[in-house]
Ligand binder design. Structure first.
Ligand code: SF4
Ligand code: SF4
Length: 204
């Protein structure tokens, strides 16, 4: 019958409308900002910088390689590399960003910075509620605002963060094994060099 679909649609709308007075599951809206829907794990908004441990400055994973700055399509990332190196979360001396800014009024949430980072240092946040009356300085996020802990990363993207942790642990184990093998080889060479060498030929 012509119009059957329209009647079915109207019936469903009426069921949801009247049902919403008795069942919260039929409510399609919430009283934002007092009420908020839980964020799903796949939600993405603006990037943030991940740090390990308790100290954001020491634990910052970013080594200021500037790949994300070069690849960002609208050029909304600004990085100034440090002149010195400081120990990272595992004590390895690394360069760090003296300045790391993202202009989120320009960021288009494409996630390319995340895809290209070789150090898993930049990830996508789920925070979207960033109102400000200052169009420029209020939307220019600096490294202290951008830095968030690995625990926070686990809270918002648990599956992805666990996979990153295990990949990083594997990389660190490989690097440690390689360093140990190199140290053992150097030690063996030094021991060999320290042994007394035979002087002259054999006596008759
Ligand atoms: S999400 Fe895209 S636009 Fe935003 S900072 Fe990263 S690369 Fe740039
Ligand atoms: S966030 Fe990643 S890609 Fe960007 S500068 Fe830091 S280490 Fe390099």
């Amino acid at each position: 019958m012509v119009g059957n679909g329209i009647l079915k649609g109207l019936a469903e709308t009426a069921r949801n409308f009247f049902g919403s007075y008795v069942s919260k599951d039929r409510l399609t809206t919430v009283q934002y900002p007092e009420e908020r829907l839980p964020q799903i794990e796949a939600a993405r908004n603006f990037p943030f910088l991940v740090y390990d441990g308790a100290d954001w400055q020491q634990g910052m994973r970013c080594v200021a390689c500037q790949i994300c700055e070069k690849e960002c399509p609208p050029k909304c990332i600004l990085i100034q590399k440090s002149a010195d190196k400081k120990p990272d979360a595992v004590g390895k001396p690394q360069f760090y960003p003296a300045v790391f800014n993202i202009d989120i009024s320009v960021c288009m949430s494409c996630q390319i910075c995340v895809e290209v980072c070789p150090f898993d240092a930049i990830k996508m946040d789920v925070e979207f509620d960033l109102p400000t009356d200052d169009r420029f300085a209020g939307l220019l996020q600096q490294k202290d605002q951008l830095s968030k802990s690995n625990e926070y990363y686990h809270q918002i993207h648990p599956t992805e963060a666990a996979a990153v942790d295990s990949a990083l642990a594997e990389e660190r184990a490989k690097a440690e094994a390689k360093a140990k093998a190199a140290a053992d080889a150097a030690q063996a060479k030094a021991t060999l060099g320290a042994q007394p060498q035979p002087v002259g030929g054999e006596s008759r």
